[in-house]
Design a protein around this ligand. Structure first.
Ligand code: GLU
Length: 373
């Protein structure tokens, strides 16, 4: 197999298999051994690891997360350093250097920080280190959080333009139904159509974990939109990474249908959190979706949210369905004044004009374009 870039995400329950315990060092040694074997075959590896909160809870002797956000942030800080310590020891044993990389949603949202994070990852890999990524839970409050490491790993995979995203947890793949309640549920080896998967992708019940199947499906969709395949497999499957590298079929492989969006369009569609929404009329909807046009003020029928010029917003069809995202050339206040107007009226109404388009085509990404064909 040719050398490839892999993002491997390990869930809390893989790293800290038992509540109240610290990270499982023998397991991490085993992981390090696989990392070294992959490295020797020329693969590059970025690890996204959960387990800071689970470790913090264990170190403090707490059974569950306290409700106060500040407490959770503190627990993550206490756990993160012990988690990194465990990885460092385990990887050192295999002659591998690890590096801690803590990210928040903000690092993907701002193009400059996004490029910066990408450069840092590349530099770390050039230095021969194994980057260990986690969300910066200590500073990431709700609004600036990715929130789960499945999605974080997918965002890292897109950022780094990885060839494969591997989500390792305590489940061994996607099933035809929820295996916890339906004994006839079967594991699906290959998924081509992610939309069919949503129905039973239930969130986890585990107090120390976050994701569950729902976030795995979301992450796989995110990666697929960037033409990156995802494997969902059991983290404790012996030699899981080495066997995947040999081409063995383990867990569920999600095959992307999409052709690669340009990095910039992908960033607009998936990395940014929309700050508001614009509902458009039928004519504008058609012009944007079918004819690839920019959005003009005349097509906007409703402005929601409080956003500034340059922010990302969601575009809604007349039936309310979100169909695109884009960067607005006008803020919400301005748009409320020019919505429904012709472009030659903008200047008269506002007293100035930035440009004719509310969202220029170059700043607009269709969500379908990201998903299908
Ligand atoms: N960042 C969290 C932690 O390290 C985990 C989030 C997740 O499991 O998705 O505990």
């Amino acid at each position: 197999m040719e050398p490839r870039r892999w993002v491997v995400k390990l869930g809390s329950r893989v790293v800290v298999p038992r509540e109240g315990r610290e990270p499982d060092v023998p397991f991490l040694r085993e992981l390090a051994r696989q990392a070294r074997a992959l490295r020797e075959q020329g693969h590059e590896l970025v690890i996204v690891t959960s387990g800071a909160i689970a470790t913090g809870l264990a170190l403090l002797g707490l059974a569950r997360r306290p409700p106060a956000i500040a407490k959770q942030q503190a627990i993550a800080a206490i756990g993160q350093i012990a988690l990194m310590d465990a990885y460092r020891d385990a990887f050192q044993g295999e002659g591998l250097t690890v590096a801690q990389v803590l990210l928040t949603h903000e690092d993907f949202r701002h193009r400059e920080r996004f490029l910066n994070a990408r450069q840092a990852l590349k530099a770390l890999l050039e230095l021969g280190a194994v980057p260990l990524v986690n969300e910066n839970d200590t500073v990431a409050t709700e609004e600036i959080k990715v929130g789960d490491n499945d999605n974080l790993a997918a965002m890292v995979a897109c950022l780094w333009e990885a060839d494969l995203l591997i989500l390792l947890s305590d489940v061994d793949g996607l099933y035809t139904a929820d295996p916890r309640s339906d004994p006839t549920a079967e594991r699906i080896p290959v998924v081509e159509d992610l939309d069919a998967m949503e129905a039973f992708a239930a969130p986890t019940q585990d107090p120390a974990a976050v994701g569950g199947m729902r976030t795995k499906v979301e992450a796989a969709r995110r990666a697929a939109s960037y033409a990156i395949p995802t494997v969902i497999a059991r983290g404790r499957e012996p030699d899981v990474l080495v066997r995947l590298a040999r081409g063995e079929r383990l867990g569920t492989l999600v095959r992307p249908k999409a052709k690669r969006l340009t990095a910039r369009k992908h960033w607009i569609a998936y990395a940014l959190k929309p700050r508001g929404s614009l509902t458009v009329d039928e004519g504008a909807y058609r012009a944007v979706v079918e004819r690839g046009r920019s959005l003009l003020p005349s097509g906007v029928v409703r402005v929601e949210g409080d956003f500034q010029r340059g922010d990302a917003v969601e575009l809604r069809a007349p039936d309310g369905r979100a169909f695109a995202r884009g960067l607005v050339a006008y803020g919400a206040h301005e748009l409320r004044r020019i919505q429904g107007r012709r472009t030659d009226e903008i200047e008269r109404v506002l007293g100035y004009k930035y440009r004719d388009e509310v969202i220029h085509r170059d700043d607009l990404a269709l969500l379908e374009e990201a998903k299908a064909s």
